[in-house]
Ligand binder design. Structure first.
Ligand SMILES: *Cc1c(COP(=O)(O)O)cnc(C)c1O
Length: 390
């Protein structure tokens, strides 16, 4: 199917990378073959030779992700973490990187426990825009941001960061982890990012049954460098996982819109409750970065993630998270089903308490990943769990 530049999001989600095979199959078959026939040495029958280098299902997914992120090129990896690893491996030895402070835990771990052993040093800051001019060094090669952040949902003005970075040195790469919003709510490349990355494990696949990562870029040189590493490192998704993630992506717009509508109702309810200390949700006009949300998110939607502090400390948080009927207590996010967790003892348990609290992750903080169940049922679940725990 040819995608036109004028095609809108849902049309691209359904048709980008959806190619008809020799049988006319409307849905692409899963191509499990590890190798592809050649008619003469170095003369493959089609465009594929060996499945680590490229495979039809991965190729289709990469094409679809690029289309949804308004990028020219896409690449898929075995996980979001593998995507991060390959980008950081692409930096020359002796490079310096700057990262937003409350970055995803696995990304922080890679920067501080792996990349540094290959001679890449990272500076973390919670005041990225203000601090950039002071932090950039001669060897700074990359700036890494995540918006909204996890779990406190601070929103960063990507365009402002891009302008600031490029003014200092146009060679510095700006990478945005767009996992929490998905390509439906925001497209960082259009705000000046060089690379956008996703843990497709979350919203893009959306059904909590695949671990996979993707990136998109408009730079041919970057794409070729990263594709070379994708093949050299071999951290690639299986054809089945690529096929599943591509299937999931086709309903991304419906799922993310419903999750955001549900989350908005829940966030509004929590804001009114006297059992709640504070609520962080980018879709509320009271969010400190709402002016950025309005220009950076589709229809100013806040996404499906909420965090809030419950009255009664860690004890109330533990009681609440074991009292919900529909929200399952589990890590991860972005699936059709609602999940919840206590970051201080789960996803962010490895961070020392003082550092954790400095970025707002208190013992009473609860993170919700709002799914696409009926709004009223989810609201009733939150209400009854608050009633029994506070
Ligand atoms: C989950 C996640 C990752 C890591 O992705 P995996 O697929 O679990 O390796 C990276 N960034 C963010 C924001 C995430 O939520």
């Amino acid at each position: 199917m040819t995608i036109l530049p004028t095609d809108r999001f849902a049309t691209k989600a359904i048709h980008a990378g959806a190619h008809v095979d020799v049988h006319g199959s409307v849905i692409e078959p899963i191509s499990l073959s590890t190798t592809f026939k050649q008619t003469a040495p170095a003369q493959p029958v089609g465009q594929y030779e060996y499945s680590r280098s490229q495979n039809p299902n991965r190729h289709n997914l990469e094409e679809a992700v690029a289309a949804l992120e308004n990028g020219k090129y896409g690449l898929a990896f075995s996980s979001g973490s593998a995507t991060t690893a390959v980008i950081l491996q692409s930096l020359p030895q002796g490079s310096h990187a700057i990262s937003i402070g409350d970055v995803y835990g696995g990304t922080h771990r890679y920067f501080t426990k792996v990349a540094n052993t290959h001679g890449v040093e990272t500076t973390f800051t919670n005041e990225l825009v203000e601090q950039l001019p002071n932090l950039v060094k001669d060897n700074t090669k990359l700036v890494w941001i995540e918006s909204p952040t996890n779990p406190t949902l601070k929103v960063t003005d990507i365009q402002l960061v891009a302008n600031t970075v490029k003014k200092i040195n146009p060679e510095i790469l700006l990478v945005v982890d767009n996992t929490f919003l998905s390509p439906y709510l925001s497209n960082p490349l259009t705000f000046g990012a060089d690379i956008v990355v996703h843990s497709a494990t979350k919203y893009i696949n959306g059904h909590s049954d695949v671990v996979l990562g993707v990136l998109a870029t408009n730079s041919k040189a970057l794409y070729e460098r990263l594709q070379f590493l994708q093949n050299a490192v071999g951290a690639i998704p299986s054809p089945f996982d690529a096929w599943l993630a591509h299937r999931g992506l086709k309903t991304l717009h419906l799922r993310v819109r419903q999750a955001a509508l549900n989350a908005t109702k829940i966030a509004e309810f929590l804001t009114q409750s006297d059992k709640v200390v504070s609520v962080s949700y980018p879709g509320l006009s009271t969010h400190p970065n709402y002016d950025v949300v309005k220009k950076q998110h589709r229809d100013a939607l806040g996404g499906g993630m909420i965090s809030f502090r419950i009255k009664g400390g860690a004890e109330a948080a533990a009681k609440f998270t074991s009292s919900t009927r529909l929200f399952t207590l589990a890590e991860s996010l972005g699936g059709i089903e609602s999940l919840l967790e206590v970051p201080a003892v789960m996803t962010h348990g490895g961070i020392p308490k003082d550092q954790r609290e400095a970025s707002g992750v208190y013992d009473d903080l609860i993170r919700l990943s709002v799914g696409i169940e009926d709004t009223e049922d989810l609201l009733a679940d939150i209400k009854q769990a608050l009633d029994v725990s506070v």
